[in-house]
Design a protein around this ligand. Structure first.
Ligand SMILES: [Zn+2]
Length: 79
């Protein structure tokens, strides 16, 4: 199979979520095209459907992971 004739793929684009309706938006600086609210202000479906809690949990897990790595570095230096 000759793959050289196949179209080349492009890297996927990462889109932010509207913090009101939880739909993807292109630009968080302009009102959301889905709900017409400020995409940077949490509310509506974003809060009600647990996205807000999930974000908080992800941030918490990230901080815990970084703390564990720092602790590992400290322990390695002490040995
Ligand atoms: Zn929206």
């Amino acid at each position: 199979m000759d793959l050289s004739t196949m179209p080349k793929g492009k890297p996927s684009v990462s889109l932010p979520l509207c913090l009101n309706c939880a739909e993807y938006v292109l630009d968080q600086a302009v009102p959301c095209p889905h709900c017409n609210h400020d995409p940077m202000k949490p509310g509506g479906r974003y809060k009600d459907d647990g996205f807000y809690a999930r974000d908080a949990l992800e941030r918490l897990l990230d901080v815990m992971e970084r703390a564990a790595k720092l602790q590992e570095n400290v322990e390695n230096k002490q040995e």
